[in-house]
Design a binder for this molecule. Structure first.
Ligand code: FAD
Length: 425
């Protein structure tokens, strides 16, 4: 009697999960890919949705469409709520229990508020499309309200935009908000102007982009300041509320606050009943498997792993490399490939953009900043988008923005009535 092929469940169709499924395309396994959303999201360009440069559909693509030619892969919509390790089953929130032989958990991270989850309604983070459209809504609504108020203090509050966290997302958000508000205020409004807008980037550490070399951090700060962003270093936010934020230097009255300061892994460690690090990530073995949980792997942002003395960063290329690697591990386990040995991570470089003409790029062997770096950043992001349609549409949109300074997605569509909450994750 012939046995059915081993069943691999992959949870999460982000960079890690999708890459793992695709790398198993020619393997004698049955794959079920489960995600709570029906689309793969290109998170690196979410900030462009939040600042009205792109529309959501331009950075997302249906998972079924990505895998439509892969006959050994089945896609299921559902939110995973637990894992029964003894029974080798995954639990989905609608009551389904699905058996697995191998389980790959690639559920990523979400933003976190250092124990102050009550700050979220006032300072949304940027992780999902709903977050991006909510932030876009708040920025555009603040401009509209500022145009009609007669109260100068209220106008100042409406036109103050605070970004908390000076990592790549915070830097990109602050630069993009500065450009959006300055260009929109210069061209499309009658009573308020670019000089009325104030954009403040607050970072608790000593420099922005702390993972980059100091020289690039300094250049990034200078580029932000040229765009009119006020960079405040060494300051921690102590309160976020409807009025704005409180920092060491006092209170900043602001209608729009964006949180880009911390992340926490999805509850994978709880599902597996294994220890997690401070960010909630599961410490995996050098082959990315989970100790004492046979057949279970954790990859991408949800995994904590070091290669040599360097911990693997929570970025898309790392998640993709882990996805390919675990596919090789599974092929080895089913007797279809050689032992891949321990996971090895190749760091291609760090990139961050600051507005529409500047970026910093660190490939290790070469460091660049300014316009040329921005071109490299743009080409890399278009290349890594998932479909040809999205590549084309994003390239045309960017060209249009570049020439006309016009942002095509400046729409207020009512997202503020349904703010996403932490419960959503
Ligand atoms: C705003 C922003 C900007 C970024 N910019 C860059 C950048 O410029 N360059 C870069 O390299 N990296 C960047 N990153 C990081 C990069 O996006 C992540 O490292 C990468 O997405 C991690 O991939 P992953 O597969 O681990 O998780 P994700 O890509 O986050 O995918 C997780 C998937 O799991 C699904 N999921 C989660 N929980 C469940 C559940 N319970 N049940 C079912 N499905 C679930 C989610 O719906 C999602 O599809 C950025 C991240 C953000 C948020």
């Amino acid at each position: 009697m012939r046995h059915p092929p081993p069943h691999v469940i992959v949870v999460g169709a982000g960079f890690g999960g999708i890459t793992c499924v695709q790398a198993l395309a020619k393997s004698p396994v049955r794959i079920t890919l489960i995600d709570r959303r029906n689309y793969h999201l290109f998170q690196p360009l979410l900030y462009q949705v939040a600042t009205a440069a792109l529309s959501p559909a331009e950075i997302a693509w249906p998972i079924r469409s990505i895998l439509r030619r892969q006959n050994n892969a089945d896609v299921q919509l559902g939110r995973v709520v637990g894992v029964d390790v003894a029974a080798r089953q995954v639990a989905v929130d609608d009551g389904r229990r699905i058996d697995y032989d191998y389980l790959v958990l690639a559920t990523g991270v979400r933003h976190a508020y250092f124990g102050h989850e009550e700050w979220e309604p006032f300072a949304p983070g940027l992780k999902k499309i709903a977050d991006a459209t909510l932030i876009r809504e708040r920025i555009l609504s603040a401009l509209e309200k500022a145009e009609i108020t007669a109260d100068p203090a209220e106008r100042a509050r409406l036109l103050t935009f605070v970004v908390v966290g000076g990592g790549p997302t915070g830097v990109e958000m602050a630069g993009a908000i500065a450009e959006l508000t300055h260009h929109a205020l210069a061209q499309d409004f009658r009573r308020i102007g670019p000089a009325d807008a104030r954009i403040v980037l607050i970072e608790g550490g000593a420099r922005v982009l702390s993972a980059f070399k100091e020289e690039l951090s300094a250049k990034t700060q200078a580029a932000l300041e040229r765009l009119g962003v006020e960079v405040r270093l060494g300051q921690n936010v102590t309160v976020c509320d409807a009025e704005g934020v409180e920092v060491a230097g006092g209170r900043l009255f602001a209608e729009t606050v964006v949180w880009a300061a911390g992340v926490r892994a999805s509850p994978v460690a709880r599902w597996l009943d294994v220890p997690a690090d401070r960010a909630g990530r599961v410490a995996v073995r050098p082959d990315l498997s989970v100790p004492e949980r046979p057949g279970v792997y954790v990859i991408g942002d949800a995994a904590s792993v070091s290669v040599g003395d360097r911990s693997v960063p929570g970025i898309a290329p790392a998640a993709k490399q882990m996805g390919v690697y675990v596919a090789r591990q599974i092929r080895f386990a089913v007797g279809q490939g050689p032992d891949p040995g321990p996971f090895r991570y190749r760091h291609a470089g760090d990139l961050a953009t600051i507005g529409r003409r500047a970026a910093v790029v660190d490939f290790g062997w070469i460091r660049l900043s300014g316009y040329f770096a921005w071109l490299i950043w743009g080409i890399a992001h278009i290349y890594f988008l998932i479909s040809w349609r999205n590549r084309l549409v994003v390239a045309v949109n960017w060209l249009w923005d570049y020439v006309t300074f016009q942002r095509g997605a400046r729409l207020i569509i009512g997202a503020t009535t349904a703010p996403p909450t932490l419960r959503d994750d």
